[in-house]
Design a protein around this ligand. Structure first.
Ligand SMILES: [Zn+2]
Length: 563
């Protein structure tokens, strides 16, 4: 059954309202409408305000009203193609009343569509929105008829063909006797239009929430970094045993020698030792002896006095002075020059040294943590390392386990690195697949934790947002259907240098280079240059391609004057 209500006589609207009771449809001309309980609208509105805050809720409701206004304006124009500007304009208030929103009485309306002129001043009575707001929140300091302001703005803007902004200087929601709204072209409002306009611009809440979430993750990560030395994660016996040793060393000022394969995280353990020692709130200074040219290592460690040599235009302290009261971490200590070894021995024995070119003796109080992945005893036997210095350094050796020895720590480390690099690169990665985790556990890890960290970072960069990291993200050269790489030491090197189908082997490439008489220096220079190009100038990434640390890479580039 359909009930037809002719609106032309009662409402002076040239259309009808059709209630198709058995169809479940209400049609106003060709627009489908719904009847909604004010109470339901009220609770939706309340929930919007309480969950999104009043500003966001206001924006959503304003835009909802605006959309209705625009629809009704289009309907009006269709129903009354020959109407005057005033007649067309007054259809809006009539429809608004018909829809049960509010009673509208115009005080003044000046409209000239052809010249884009408009001024409207109207009274609203029985505003449902003001009623609902007062019921739920009481009297407000600003106007509250947000969908209605949106509707008036949408309707009039569509009719006039330019943005007509309405404001509500009086509102029942503010305790006024009635609501009053004034509309004119947005350019003609004197002040603070931006404040009003922001409610008409959609904001992408989901995007903003995700962005905030990423910021939180990043901040949380930075906080963790400060309190706990980053990647000290693990629960396997070899790891815990090392931590126990570290704790014992932390209780005294003993010189510590950290031993272990490359990439096991010696600097991280050195930082952890500093962090649990009584020196924790003083400087931790790290230096990688192999990354600094032999000629510079002494001045780096002990400082320079102005005029000590050509180019020494300013006096500057060395790392020992900067670490005063704290901890100095000397990585790759086996690479120190003989002269530096002698000076280091003296600091360890007497706690004193001189800057280069200075006669004044300086005293320092520094805990030394040295590290090496070469066999120092062998270096002593070969005459490359001073025996007396070796004994001084070797008072409290701590062997850091390789990643192979603590395979069960891999999942925890993976999580840690995922957290770190998703935050750093602003990615949303949901985790890692079982298959990928299995491949990681089966791998030989010649580069230890550093290699794992690099691999996870690369995986985070390569994997698409909202996916899990899978085998091809970690081992790009590995076919998924192939078994995981065999867990033998050096398998990575073998794998990455193995010839791909249709590509020459490393031997063949070397032969070609030799045939062409390519000088070694040129080859190295070219490799550095290509790596820098591929990494778009990122030193760390370029270094990783060549198995170099960032400082090693920087040094080599400087040497060749490439950049
Ligand atoms: Zn109001």
């Amino acid at each position: 059954m359909t009930i037809q209500i002719d609106l032309s006589s009662q409402f002076n609207l040239p259309t009808e309202l059709n209630l198709s009771l058995d169809e479940g449809r209400i049609m106003l001309s060709d627009q489908r409408m719904i009847m909604l309980h004010i109470a339901a609208m009220g609770s939706l509105r309340k929930e919007l305000i309480e969950t999104l805050g009043i500003e966001r809720a206001r924006g959503l409701l304003t835009r909802m009203g605006y959309a209705s206004g625009v629809r009704d304006a289009k309907l009006s124009r269709k129903l009354m193609p020959d109407a005057s500007d005033e007649e067309l304009m007054m259809m809006g208030p009539k429809l608004h009343m018909l829809e049960g929103i509010v009673k509208v009485s115009p005080i003044k309306i000046d409209i000239d569509i052809a010249n884009g002129k408009y001024f409207g001043d109207l009274i609203w009575e029985h505003s449902y929105e003001a009623d609902v707001h007062i019921d739920q929140f009481g009297v407000h300091t600003e106007s509250v008829c947000w969908t209605q302001i949106g509707y008036a703005t949408g309707y009039t803007s569509e009719i006039v063909g330019r943005f007509i902004l309405y404001r509500e200087p009086e509102c029942c929601g503010m305790g006024d006797r009635h609501c009053r709204n004034v509309g004119k072209p947005v350019e003609e409002w004197e002040s603070d239009v931006e404040e009003d306009l922001k409610y008409f611009n959609p904001d992408h809440i989901a995007d903003q929430l995700l962005k905030l979430q990423e910021e939180v993750a990043h901040l949380r990560y930075s906080l963790d970094e400060e309190t706990a030395p980053g990647d000290m994660v693990g629960s396997t016996p070899p790891f815990l045993k090392t931590c126990e040793m570290l704790k014992k060393a932390g209780e005294s000022n003993v010189t510590v020698l950290l031993l272990g394969e490359t990439g096991v995280g010696k600097e991280m353990f050195a930082r952890a030792l500093h962090g649990i020692s009584s020196r924790a709130n003083r400087n931790f200074i790290a230096i990688n002896c192999s990354a600094i040219p032999e000629a510079l290592i002494e001045s780096e460690l002990f400082g320079v006095e102005k005029g000590a040599y050509t180019g020494a235009q300013h006096s500057r302290p060395g790392r020992f002075e900067r670490a005063h009261g704290g901890t100095l971490f000397l990585d790759e200590v086996g690479d120190l020059s003989q002269a530096a070894q002698a000076k280091l021995l003296r600091v360890l024995q007497e706690g004193e040294f001189e800057r280069i070119g200075d006669s004044r003796t300086r005293k320092v109080n520094v805990r030394l943590v040295a590290a090496t992945n070469v066999d120092l005893q062998q270096a002593v036997d070969a005459g490359r390392f001073r025996a007396d210095l070796y004994y001084r350094l070797n008072i409290f050796p701590i062997l850091i386990p390789s990643l192979r020895e603590r395979e069960d720590d891999i999942p925890a480390l993976v999580n840690r690195f995922l957290e770190k690099y998703t935050a750093l690169h602003g990615k949303r990665i949901t985790g890692i697949t079982e298959r990928a985790l299995k491949a990681l556990k089966a791998y030989g890890w010649p580069g230890n934790i550093r290699e794992l960290e690099n691999m996870i970072e690369r995986g985070v960069i390569i994997a698409a947002n909202d996916t899990r990291i899978d085998v091809p993200n970690l081992f790009p050269r590995l076919n998924i259907d192939q078994p995981a790489p065999s867990p033998t030491l050096g398998s990575q090197a073998a794998e990455s240098h193995a010839a791909q189908p249709g590509q020459p082997s490393l031997e063949q490439m070397v032969d070609q280079l030799l045939d062409q008489d390519v000088p070694l220096a040129l080859l190295e220079n070219k490799l550095l240059d290509r790596a820098m190009n591929r990494s778009k100038g990122n030193l760390s990434f370029a270094g990783r391609m060549l198995g170099l640390t960032r400082p090693q890479m920087a040094y080599r580039l400087k040497k060749y004057g490439a950049r």
